[in-house]
Design a protein. Structure first.
Length: 431
């Protein structure tokens, strides 16, 4: 009997791409991927995240719930893969032995060789999209060559490995042939793309080639490390309306004391210069960043410096994490986690309160303006879309009353902004 296989994906969009490719390979190998209701012939694979404590807890809780379901006979086989399994395979085996087998993250063929008789790799980079069919993530590399003190990713996923340009173009062509209109480039360090394989930065060249792929209407870039080598790319974004004016650049902090302790390669002065350079080249850009509160040794003065910079610079999009003391990182081995969780959370909440004020002011300034949005879904009497300044699942949305015109997911239409809150915009189709 043909077995049904499901993959539950936790964590980042890079994991999503891994799962989509793996699911297509299982389909190619003869498995049913139709996601029927659970029965005792199902195979469940959990693709885990092991980046920070909250993500690890979510992964562990999901595995435990499924292990209990397996003991009750509600599913057939249970496998775990991904970053958490890469970091803690031995511990997981001891603590949750009900899982049939654990696999890591760096050898995707390992689970296929185990589950597929006479495993043969697909001839093309195809995948089964797990979300809406009009946007997709294009993962351009694996790993990271940075040495940020707080980050476990290089130890989990290894050094930076760029995918060949021609493979990425072939994947993009397959995706657009299925209706993908928005291509979201992702990597741990997008700006490093090409330096390992081609001995030079190739992100600008890759973007130029992707713009020639028929069907890509929006190109969005995720995760540029703050350095001064992006000017050529920024000019390409400025001069090409099909590349979203959206710069995702996590700065993590602005205090020189903390940036140095984080082993970041840029000072406060350099960070401010880079961010100002983005605004000078692309005045219309929405700059998204993330920051960390409660890093070891963060004084109240360090925090106030960060808070004041956020208030002054006025990021269009901002997320905040409380510091997570991660094993196998430089910070874990050299610092104590000396900021109480209560203070970490209070600092994070103070930052978000400031950011909400900024977001409301920016959103209110958009009332009466017309802008293009991509429609993601229909909910009741409304269509939900996003502007070029917003990435799926992490940024705000544009809410359009259904009665204002005929729309469907994937449409890119001009809308008139009629109202705004800190978190969303309301709009209608222009008369």
């Amino acid at each position: 009997m043909q077995k049904n296989i499901k993959i539950i994906t936790l964590g980042c969009s890079k994991n999503t791409v891994d799962s989509e490719k793996l699911l297509k390979q299982f389909q190619y190998s003869g498995f049913d991927t139709g996601n029927r209701n659970n029965d005792n012939n199902d195979i469940i694979i959990v693709n885990t995240c092991g980046f920070i404590n909250d993500a690890k807890e979510e992964s562990v809780n999901t595995i435990i719930e499924l292990a209990e379901a397996r003991k009750r006979g509600e599913i057939g086989e249970l496998y775990v893969m991904g970053c958490l399994s890469e970091r803690y395979r031995d511990e997981l085996k001891r603590e949750i032995p009900e899982v049939d087998r654990y696999f890591g993250v760096n050898k995707p063929d390992e689970i296929l060789n185990y589950l597929v008789n006479d495993y043969r790799k697909m001839p093309d980079p195809d995948r089964i999209l797990s979300g809406p069919s009009h946007y997709a993530y294009l993962k351009v590399s694996e790993g990271c060559n940075r040495s940020c003190a707080f980050c476990a990713i290089p130890g989990i996923r290894g050094s930076y490995k760029s995918s060949p340009v021609e493979e990425l173009l072939a994947e993009a062509e397959l995706l657009t042939a299925r209706g993908v209109k928005e291509m979201i480039l992702i990597a741990q360090d997008l700006g490093y793309y090409g330096k390992d394989r081609y001995k030079k930065q190739m992100l600008t060249t890759l973007c130029e080639k992707l713009l020639a792929v028929n069907g890509i209407e929006w190109l969005r870039l995720h995760y540029l490390y703050p350095d001064s080598s992006h000017n050529e790319l920024l000019k390409l974004i400025r001069d090409n309306p099909r590349i979203c004016n959206y710069i995702d650049m996590p700065i993590q902090h602005i205090s020189d004391n903390i940036l140095s302790a984080m082993k970041r390669k840029h000072s406060s002065f350099e960070t401010k210069k880079i961010l100002s350079g983005i605004r000078n080249i692309i005045p219309d850009a929405a700059i998204r960043t993330t920051v960390i509160t409660g890093y070891p040794g963060e004084t109240d003065g360090d925090f106030r410096e960060l808070l004041e910079f956020i208030r002054e610079f006025r990021f269009e999009r901002l997320g905040v994490f409380t510091y997570s003391h991660e094993e196998d990182t430089w910070a874990f081995n050299n610092f104590s986690d000396d900021i109480p969780l209560k203070i970490k959370k209070e600092r994070a909440a103070e930052i978000m309160a400031v950011q909400q004020e900024i977001s409301l002011e920016i959103n209110l300034s958009l009332k009466g303006k017309v802008m293009p949005v991509i429609i993601d879904r229909e909910e009741g009497d409304y269509f939900i879309g996003r502007s070029q300044y917003d990435s799926p699942e992490v940024d705000q949305e544009v809410i359009i009353k259904a009665g204002t015109g005929t729309l469907k997911p994937g449409d890119i239409r001009d809308v008139l902004i009629t109202s705004a809150t800190e978190f969303d915009l309301e709009a209608e189709l222009p008369a």
